[in-house]
Design a protein around this ligand. Structure first.
Ligand SMILES: Nc1ncnc2c1ncn2[C@@H]1O[C@H](COP(=O)(O)OP(=O)(O)OP(=O)(O)O)[C@@H](O)[C@H]1O
Ligand SMILES: [Mg+2]
Length: 500
């Protein structure tokens, strides 16, 4: 065995179960003894899959995801182009996948993963994934609305007001009704009571809402909201279920889907208990087109993302960002990604060259490679890999020829049929429309209008002590109002935490 093969094999050796990534390449030759693998128990140390278009990022994700599934770990992955759906079908013998496995000296055993296909609010095939506006929270909503810091803070005040008045914000029509109310003559008094919220900002938010309503928000926001426990299931044979969020139908709504992915991460964070160090993660999350999340983000938003990513590790969740160049991600996030699979980068433009230099600088120096040169010269389905060893120490960078998936490379045949046959479809297939802020405010304003028209004072019992002439006073003292005045708490991103 060559020095290279022995050195890589030893550096990547692990005591426990591992994800097999591929075999090392040095001086142009494949070393089949140079096993490059990632300890399963280090999968919650997060990671990065990067590389120019067409270099093999999606296939890498698929290869890792199907091994996780086989090890009993549920996986969530965003499928931006629809080509990851093939993970639910067996691979084809005699094709490029078998050729790759044979070259690596490995058996090729085609198999399909247990899969759930999800869609954003039912746009395109897949079980509809929805969330309530209230749970999504003001900060993530502000991100989708491209709000500035002031607007973000104003939205937080509006959410707080809705909570305190027991007005459920389920879908965008509820938020619209509330903002409209606050802007109206009837709501003026209320608006003044919310310190720091300007009527002009309410107007700006109302106008920004139009784009979101037409841009997939009407479909996505509402009930029933996805219970993240449904992403953490195992098949009857013990394999982890791979939940694939099909995004081809909303490719033109990148702001929405990237924020929804972050909502899912944050929701997992809020829901799961502390887990400490586990033999294998509870869930691995693949976050595709991750650069979209950070584009034009406010400082507060970046801090929330960074904090969530840092802390979710101890809840047993690994997050893998997939993007073209590493410097798409803020350095605070990048610094937390212990497992790196860097596919080839191109260096056509000065910008490319800068990104390449930045990418190379994040790797430890190598006794076997000139890293910048390696990053431009690898072939398709090859990557520069560094991971965390059993001891949590970064492994030496290695040019890796990656395994091929046992499931199909390319789209599945019947995503919609599979989704409709899923038990999740019975739960999430149809939207439900519970009584919420829109109806409550409409009823309130209707009641107020004729009275004003008659110029009479409303005949109602004297207001409760401290209640004043609260526009919502009689709603709040009503039966529904009382039922909804539950104590609410908000976590990172201002999400509604599960009520105790
Ligand atoms: N590990 C692999 N083994 C065999 N073939 C591979 C492997 N990785 C990639 N390929 C081949 O390269 C093609 C492109 O790979 P892939 O779709 O993963 O690229 P990508 O980086 O995700 O591109 P994009 O940025 O456009 O999404 C695959 O369809 C497959 O034919
Ligand atoms: Mg891809």
């Amino acid at each position: 065995m060559s020095d290279f093969a022995a050195s890589i094999r030893d550096a990547y050796a692990t005591e426990g179960a591992a994800i097999d990534l591929g075999r090392g390449v040095h001086d142009g030759a494949l070393a089949t003894e140079a096993v490059v693998q990632l300890p399963l128990r280090m999968m919650n140390r997060h990671g990065l899959v990067a590389g120019a278009t067409g270099t093999g990022k999606t296939i890498t994700l698929q290869t890792v995801a199907e091994q996780l599934s086989a090890a009993g770990v549920p996986v969530f992955a965003a499928d931006v182009k629809g080509d990851l759906s093939g993970i639910g079908a067996a691979g084809a013998p005699g094709g490029p996948a078998e050729k790759r496995m044979t070259e690596l000296g490995l058996p090729f055993a085609p198999v399909a993963c247990p899969v759930e296909y999800l869609s954003l609010g039912g746009i395109g095939p897949g079980v509809p994934l929805r969330a309530t506006v209230s749970d999504f929270g003001p900060q993530l909503l502000a991100k989708v609305l491209e709000a500035n810091e002031t607007q973000e803070q104003s939205l937080a005040l509006v959410f707080h007001y809705a909570d305190s008045k027991g007005l459920p914000l389920l879908d965008l029509s509820d938020l619209r009704a509330l903002l409209t109310f606050l802007e109206s003559d009837a709501g003026k008094g209320e608006l003044e009571g919310i310190g720091g919220l300007a009527s002009s900002t309410v107007g700006v938010l109302l106008r920004a809402l139009v784009g979101l309503e037409d841009g997939g928000g009407n479909e996505f926001f509402g009930e029933p909201q996805l219970d993240v426990a449904d992403l953490m299931r195992a098949a009857p044979d013990g394999r982890g279920i791979v939940s694939v969020l099909e995004l081809p139908a909303v490719q033109d709504k990148p702001k929405l889907f990237s924020t929804v992915l972050m909502w899912l991460v944050a929701e997992l964070f809020e829901t799961l208990p502390e887990a400490g160090d586990l033999d294998k993660p509870k869930l691995v999350f693949f976050f595709d087109e991750a650069h979209l999340l950070f584009k034009d983000a406010t400082k507060a938003f970046l801090e929330s993302v960074t904090q969530t990513v840092r802390l979710i590790r101890s809840k047993g969740v690994g997050v893998y960002f997939v993007t073209q160049v590493p410097d798409d991600l803020p350095s605070e996030v990048l610094g937390q990604l212990g497992n790196r699979v860097q596919h080839a980068l191109r260096a056509f433009t000065p910008d490319d060259a800068r990104s390449l230099k930045a990418a190379a600088s994040t790797y430890p120096t190598s006794e076997f490679y000139d890293v910048p040169e390696l990053l431009t010269q690898m072939g398709i389905g090859e990557a520069a890999v560094t991971t965390l060893s059993d001891e949590g120490v970064p492994t030496p960078v290695v040019h890796t020829r990656l395994r091929a998936p046992a499931s199909r490379m390319g789209p599945a045949d019947d995503v919609e049929g599979t989704a409709r046959a899923s038990p999740l479809f019975a739960t999430y297939g149809a939207r439900v429309d519970s009584e919420s802020a829109r109806e409550l405010l409409a009823a309130r304003m209707e009641k107020a209008a004729p009275k004003e028209a008659r110029g009479q004072r409303p005949k109602k019992p004297p207001p409760a002590p401290g209640g004043g002439l609260d526009q919502l006073g009689d709603f709040l003292s009503s039966r529904e109002g009382k039922a909804m005045q539950k104590k609410v708490m908000r976590g990172v991103f201002g999400m509604l935490k599960k009520r105790l």
